[in-house]
Design a protein around this ligand. Structure first.
Ligand SMILES: Nc1ncnc2c1ncn2[C@@H]1O[C@H](COP(=O)(O)OP(=O)(O)OP(=O)(O)O)[C@@H](O)[C@H]1O
Ligand SMILES: [Zn+2]
Ligand SMILES: [Zn+2]
Length: 983
């Protein structure tokens, strides 16, 4: 029955592969026909204008030619390309129109040269001269296809052989045999954790099949290496494969560290010595017969050179037949040496296709191997796994089927099951019986891991203590900033009008606004000392990847910018994700694949920043939960904080209009059609809270010019509020369908009209409620929403003197002028001052050692205790001002009588270089305040600071005064700065 099933599956796989092959060929054809060579080069699949730098004879008598860019300049590098070892390329004459000279395999690629191995062509010798220009084009890889096809045909006809029992188990015709008893193991690596140890002994004890499920960072390779070493110890011969050269090299490198006798077949992707020395080429070069083989090759090269020089046809023919004879001799000698190398090794490593029987493995007997190990099995086509699987009675599959499956060009073939990996197929059937999952991860900060764990891995992951709390700030050379001390950051563009580009192609989406935000966040990280090489920018769409590269590559050459799919298997200290999608329909396209998001997030070790439109992206439940996780456990910022020229006129009233002619290359969103706005205004007029999907059509305009939609909204809300003021009602609830931006408008207008307002409810249920103020009384938020805060605006004189007592219910003077942009500016300033301070501190510290600063220290200490005990803040301030007219910062002697700034958090005055809260130690308080404030604006969700609880009214008023004071100070500061600029 197993044979029957195997036959069916093999037949079906063959059919799907044919479809896939067709799709691949069609794609390559389309490239060649419709796309210019330049464009192909830009896409990395073509290299133009190459010169042959050198040629020699390699393994199997193949001609190895190294190509370099034309030597116009001394130090030319190859352009960006996606060529890799094992790729099939076509060699073309650069001048003539597309003459295919030969096809070959890339064997090596560096930044400056690519080496291609050309098979012996039927009609004699390929001749490459050193003057002409050539181009290389990646071709559909028919070697891979043919090898897979061959393996499937072999599977179809498999009657008896080493893999018979395994085939039965993998096609469910017989259950896995009970596992054997094993002695306790003596581990090679005794730092393995419990789950890894369990996986090792389980794998060794199983008869036919074991699966190791290794979630991100759980040491899957570490575990496999131990299993292989143990198997070798037991005298087994192991064939170890993976779908990609990179994954194979990874195993080679790790096994080499244990001095195992290993042999790497095929073309290592990496040129590192520890890997190269185990390649078949290198092993043969060191073998006994190496000298003879080398001599024969030299003879071939000489005969070849002579044949080229010779004019006489007969003479040339003579050389060519000599070469033929020499090649035959070479082949025999090489095969003898290869067989010796293969049998000497205990572990043979190759890609799945590299394990094909048309390669060196044909030299070994059929039942040679005892165990096949396939790493990254969830990323391999099942069909490709059958190439190695037919060679042994037992297999161990390792991988993570919760990450992305193999890339498949034909959507149809994928849908019909081609993308279902062997690993997933078998797990679906046998489950626990054959799987062990690794559960301790050594990569991510706990907060990053937690989401992936609960969404994808049944909540079973734990973070190893060595990584559980690690942050960017813990890296050498990185200073503490807001950005380097948080593992999760969500930069939300909801309501900011940063729409995705309108491109027809579902595959290529871009978002210039997000590109900008990525750039700003990178700058913040790099300024804090994070190395660009420790940062990755990951986007799900290639167009966005291109745009990000264009914008960022020259500034940060070390920065890696990749698609999610291209970053699988990798990790970085900091990962910035640009989700791209921002549209009214809530379309998320590619993002709807949970596994893609899982991969994207779990690349990060210490910091993940997601830049997205929470409105669009949040329309998908899985993504909504991701964003919610960030709100709960991370920090949330709005894009308004970053982009100065994004703040539309309505956010900053009275002549503070942004003249943002310097707006970056971004699509100017089309003005919203008035009709689209009507329902919202009508809903607002109805003024009944409705539970419906948050309506979040981006209603702001990037341009500083007229934005009819926004203006219209302002006027409508204004009218609604004015009607309410004249009515006898005391409370007006706006519907929850208002976008965050609209809530903000209402907020600002309410302030202008001296109305109190609260935002109530969570997420999409959130709505804003406006109330008339009763003099001398504070309206308290409904008890159901303890986190909510009113925003009673307090007028403050802004002279920098001690603040006047609060006047509840007074009309706000500054309300309209406050905007989120200010919070951003504030933060920028804080960070700047903080850095300057660090430098200064270093300089001061030496001087301090001898100087007597004790007098000053006493004073500071006194003020601290005062501030801690005093309740009457105003009294305290005047006292402090009287007793101390030098800066409150330890060791600073600057006078603050005229130029000081008051810190509302610690109630002290500081000189201009120390007044920033972060500089003198009030950073956390200031941050909490800023966040709270954003939350209250309704532009963001209140989850950003979950610890903030409802305060009693007195304390709240007190805090409010401090905040107000700070903000008015900042306003003044900005005003004076502006004046300064104008001069
Ligand atoms: N038992 C362990 N104790 C300490 N560190 C470990 C342990 N196991 C793995 N690690 C560390 O975790 C990191 C990832 O391990 P490894 O390279 O084996 O995983 P991988 O399988 O390549 O990655 P992934 O699990 O993401 O596929 C490495 O830095 C490794 O040193
Ligand atoms: Zn302070
Ligand atoms: Zn100072």
């Amino acid at each position: 029955r197993g044979a029957k099933m195997a036959e069916e599956v093999a037949e079906r796989q063959l059919q799907l592969l044919r479809e896939e092959r067709e799709a691949e060929l069609a794609e390559k054809r389309a490239w060649q026909e419709n796309i210019s060579l330049k464009e192909l080069q830009r896409r990395g699949v073509c290299l133009l204008k190459l010169q042959a730098a050198n040629q020699r004879t390699g393994l199997y008598g193949r001609l190895l030619v190294t190509f370099q860019p034309r030597k116009c300049y001394s130090d030319t590098e190859l352009p960006y390309n996606s060529f890799g070892p094992g790729d099939i390329v076509g060699l073309y004459d650069s001048v003539s129109q597309g003459d295919l000279l030969s096809t070959g395999i890339v064997t090596r690629i560096t930044s400056k040269a690519v080496t291609v191995a050309f098979e012996e062509s039927r009609d004699g010798m390929l001749s490459v001269d050193h003057e002409s220009l050539y181009r290389l084009l990646k071709l559909a890889n028919d070697i891979t296809y043919n090898r897979i096809k061959k393996a499937l045909n072999a599977l179809k006809q498999y009657h008896s052989g080493p893999a018979s029992d395994l085939i039965d188990v993998l096609f469910f015709s017989s259950d896995p045999s009970p596992s054997s008893e094993t002695k306790p193991l003596k581990l090679y690596n005794d730092s393995l954790d419990a789950s890894q140890r369990e996986a090792v002994s389980f794998s060794l004890a199983q008869k036919e099949l074991a699966i190791i499920h290794g979630p991100p960072g759980t040491g899957k390779t570490t575990t496999i290496v131990e299993i292989i070493l143990q198997a070798v110890q037991q005298g087994l011969k192991v064939l170890c494969c993976a779908p990609s050269n990179v994954a194979v090299d990874n195993l080679v490198e790790r096994l080499a560290g244990y001095k195992a006798r290993i042999l790497r077949l095929g073309h290592p992707a990496r040129l590192l010595e520890p890997i190269q020395q185990h390649s078949l080429d290198a092993v043969l070069a060191h073998s006994d017969s190496a000298q003879i083989v080398a001599d024969v090759r030299k003879d071939i090269d000489q005969a070849f050179a002579k044949s080229k020089k010779s004019q006489d046809k007969g003479e040339r023919g003579h050389f060519l037949s000599e070469i033929k004879a020499l090649r035959k001799e070479l082949k025999e000698r090489e095969e003898t040496a290869m067989t010796a190398a293969l049998t000497h090794a205990n572990v043979v490593l190759a890609t799945n296709t590299g394990a094909s029987s048309d390669g060196p493995l044909k030299l070994l007997p059929e039942s040679y191997f005892d165990l096949v190990v396939i790493d990254e099995c969830a990323q391999a086509l099942e069909a490709s796994c059958w190439i190695p699987l037919l060679k042994a009675p037992k297999c161990i599959l390792a991988g993570d089927h919760k990450q992305l499956p193999p890339t498949i060009i034909s959507h149809k073939a994928a849908a019909k099951g081609l993308s279902l990996s062997l690993m997933e197929r078998v797990i679906k059937r046998y489950g626990e019986k054959v799987v062990k999952m690794l559960t301790v991860q050594y990569r991510m900060h706990e907060a990053i891991m937690q989401w992936a764990s609960s969404e994808m891995y049944g909540g079973q992951l734990t973070a190893h203590p060595s990584v559980a709390q690690h942050l960017l700030k813990d890296l050498p050379g990185v200073t503490c900033t807001e950005e380097t001390t948080i593992p999760l950051l969500l930069i939300d563009t909801a309501g900011c009008g940063l729409l995705e580009l309108e491109v027809e192609d579902e595959q290529s989406k871009g978002n210039p606004g997000e590109v900008q935000l990525v750039g700003l966040h990178i700058k913040a990280l790099v300024d804090a000392g994070v190395k660009a090489q420790d940062i990755a920018v990951v986007a799900p769409y290639n167009l966005q990847v291109d745009m990000l590269r264009e914008h960022l590559c020259h500034r940060y050459p070390e920065l890696e910018i990749k698609s999610v799919d291209g970053f699988q298997g990798r990790e970085k200290e900091a990962v910035i994700l640009s989700f791209v999608r921002s549209n009214k329909k809530g379309e998320v396209g590619f993002l709807a694949e949970d596994r893609r998001i899982n991969v994207a997030v779990t690349r990060a070790r210490r910091h993940v920043a997601i830049i997205c439109d929470s409105c669009t992206v949040g329309s998908q439940a899985f993504l909504a939960r991701l964003l919610e996780h960030f709100r709960q456990h991370g920090q949330v910022r709005t894009a308004f904080e970053y982009l100065d020229d994004l703040v539309p006129e309505n956010y900053s009233h009275r002549g503070e209009r942004q003249q943002s002619t310097k707006a970056p290359a971004a699509p100017s969103p089309k003005p919203q059609p008035a009709a689209g706005k009507k329902p919202k205004a009508a809903a607002a007029a109805n003024a009944t809270p409705q539970k419906q999907e948050a309506h979040c059509s981006p209603s702001t305009s990037r341009s500083g010019g007229e934005s009819p939609g926004t203006k219209g909204d302002t006027n409508k809300f204004k009218a609604v509020l004015e009607a309410f003021l004249e009515s006898g009602k005391t409370q007006l609830d706006f519907p929850s369908s208002l976008s965050p931006h609209d809530r903000m408008l209402v907020h600002l207008l309410a302030e202008e009209h001296g109305l109190q307002h609260v935002s109530i409810g969570e997420g999409t249920d959130r709505y804003i409620s406006v109330r008339k103020k009763e003099l001398g009384q504070t309206v308290v938020a409904p008890p159901a929403t303890p986190r909510e805060q009113q925003h009673p605006p307090q007028p403050q004189d802004s002279s920098g003197e001690a603040p006047a007592p609060a006047e509840p219910g007074g009309r706000s003077e500054w309300s309209g002028k406050v905007d989120l942009k200010r919070l951003h500016l504030e933060r920028v300033q804080r960070e700047k001052a903080r850095r300057e301070e660090m430098v200064k501190k270093e300089q001061e510290s030496s001087a301090d050692n001898r100087g007597s600063s004790s007098r000053k220290k006493d004073k500071t200490a006194k003020t601290t205790t005062d501030s801690a005990s005093e309740e009457d803040i105003d009294a305290l301030i005047s006292a402090a001002v009287k007793t101390d007219n030098t800066c409150g910062f330890p060791r600073c002697k600057a006078s603050v009588t005229t130029l000081g700034q008051f810190c509302p958090h610690c109630n002290r005055r500081y000189c201009l270089s120390h007044h920033i809260p972060e500089v003198h130690g009030c950073g956390d308080k200031a941050k909490a305040h800023a966040r709270q404030w954003i939350s209250r604006e309704g532009i963001l969700y209140p989850g950003s600071s979950p610890k903030e609880r409802s305060l009693d009214p007195a304390k709240r008023a007190h805090l409010q005064r401090r905040l107000d004071k700070k903000l008015s100070d900042l306003t003044n500061q900005r005003k004076s700065k502006k004046k300064g600029k104008e001069k």
